[in-house]
Design a protein around this ligand. Structure first.
Ligand code: IMP
Length: 195
């Protein structure tokens, strides 16, 4: 099936085990009338210091196995005072030291600038993967706040709404600012650009 017809179908499969990510994506893509289905395949996560490489490699592997138009998303938290750590290692760092560990590392650090970056990579069985990037600047809070969202949401204050952590926002509010929503909007515009 040529790429143009795949684009017109406006149903894409999101390979992820993270239902928070899936719900964020569902809300953003609905703005563009693109339906998204959750594909619970365990996406391969290579170790690389570049999240774009990670996303592209894992989407190619998922498409190889499932033969569907699939996208994956890879993200990371980059803290300036920690020279970009945890960055591409965010998932491992979250599982090991967690948000409290990051707050400990940031104890007495005044400049708390950080950003989240996201890469959405889309692929079908015919073409090489296409990727879309998003990023949001902000600061690491002094303490955890909020009980929504996931991962480092309770300690991230986006610069454009600095009084609330991502974990204090609804999905739609987080989607106004987030790295993932930005990457997904670029993806949705590209999907629709041909129709
Ligand atoms: P992943 O490899 O894309 O799943 O993301 C790596 C880690 O970064 C996740 O385990 C989360 O801890 C963190 N992360 C990624 N995106 C977000 C987000 O939107 N909010 C909070 N934490 C995130």
């Amino acid at each position: 099936m040529p790429m143009t017809s795949l684009r017109k179908h406006r149903v894409v499969f999101f390979a992820t085990g993270n239902t928070h990510k899936f719900n964020e994506a569902r809300h953003v893509l609905a703005e563009y009338n693109v339906a998204v289905a959750l594909l619970r395949v365990k996406a391969l996560e290579i170790q690389d210091d570049n999240i774009e490489n990670i996303a592209k490699t894992s989407v190619m592997e998922a498409v190889e196995r499932c033969r569907l138009p699939i996208f994956v998303e890879d993200a990371g938290l980059f803290v300036d005072a920690l020279n970009g750590f945890p960055g591409p290692y965010s998932s491992h760092v979250y599982r090991t030291i967690g948000t409290r560990g990051i707050l400990k590392l940031m104890k007495e650090v005044e400049k708390r600038n950080a950003c989240f970056r996201s890469v959405v990579a889309f692929c079908n069985s015919k073409e090489s993967p296409k990727s879309f990037q998003g990023g949001v600047k902000g600061e690491i809070s002094q303490e955890e706040r909020g009980d929504q969202g996931f991962g480092f949401d309770p300690i991230f204050l986006p610069s454009d709404c600095p009084d609330e952590t991502f974990a204090e926002m609804t999905i739609d509010k987080k989607n106004e600012y987030s790295h993932r929503a930005q990457a997904l909007r670029k993806f949705a515009k590209w999907l629709k650009s041909d129709s």
